[in-house]
Design a protein around this ligand. Structure first.
Ligand code: ADP
Length: 193
């Protein structure tokens, strides 16, 4: 199995690149942000719970997120592998993911971080907010809160996988196609190794 974590701050282009990578490598894409938005749009109990956190720019509690992720992975028993996008976002989530994959006799192959600076992120998310309809994309103070949460709670996930020699960085500024080529070059190298 090839299991990739696409990592990086909010607005770094994970969703855009994940969609392209899934096509090229035949993996299953799991975006916890998309899953939460689906639940919110259907007003499910999970969606109602997640909404409170998401609209404040905070993380949804680990046990809720991990349970949802586990269900999604288990729904694809024959997958060749997964691209995780927006997960893990805390070290506890990373530990849960490692455990879940180990139960399947698999592991995280690599974490790839899209490297983009804060000002570019704020600019991109505000632009996305004009069309995304996401309330969390339309308020600069909520965007800055998400960046702060990323640095405090999510960035340690990079160090967690760096310790296992699995963390890589890719320059995240350029055209969508340029960044995609950078990612593919790295993944091809990792898969061959
Ligand atoms: P972005 O790409 O802008 O970071 P996402 O679509 O990945 O946004 O996530 C939107 C929101 O959903 C996050 O700000 C957070 O509140 C919640 N969320 C998504 N994934 C997770 C996760 N793994 N753990 C906790 N909360 C999450």
């Amino acid at each position: 199995m090839i299991n990739l974590i696409l990592f990086g701050p909010p607005g770094s282009g994970k969703g855009t690149q994940a969609a392209k990578l899934v096509e090229r490598y035949g993996l299953v894409h799991i975006s916890t942000g998309d899953l939460f938005r689906y639940e919110m749009s259907h007003n499910t109990p999970l969606g109602q719970e997640a909404k409170r956190y998401i609209e404040a720019g905070e993380l949804v509690p680990d046990e809720v997120t991990i349970g949802m992720l586990r269900n999604k992975v288990e729904a694809h028993p024959d997958a060749k592998g997964f691209i995780f996008d927006g997960f893990p976002r805390t070290v506890a989530q990373a530990e849960a993911l490692d455990k879940l994959l180990a139960e399947k006799g698999a592991e995280v192959s690599a974490l790839i971080a899209l490297d983009v600076d804060d000002e570019e992120i704020v600019k991109r998310i505000l632009k996305r907010g004009q069309t995304s309809g996401r309330p969390d994309d339309n308020d600069e103070s909520i965007i800055r809160k998400r960046i702060e949460v990323y640095k405090k709670e999510t960035a340690p996930v990079f160090a967690y996988y760096a310790e296992k020699d699995k963390a890589h960085k890719v320059h995240g500024i350029g055209s969508i196609e340029e960044i995609f080529e950078r990612l593919c070059a790295l993944i091809d190298q990792l898969v061959e190794a």
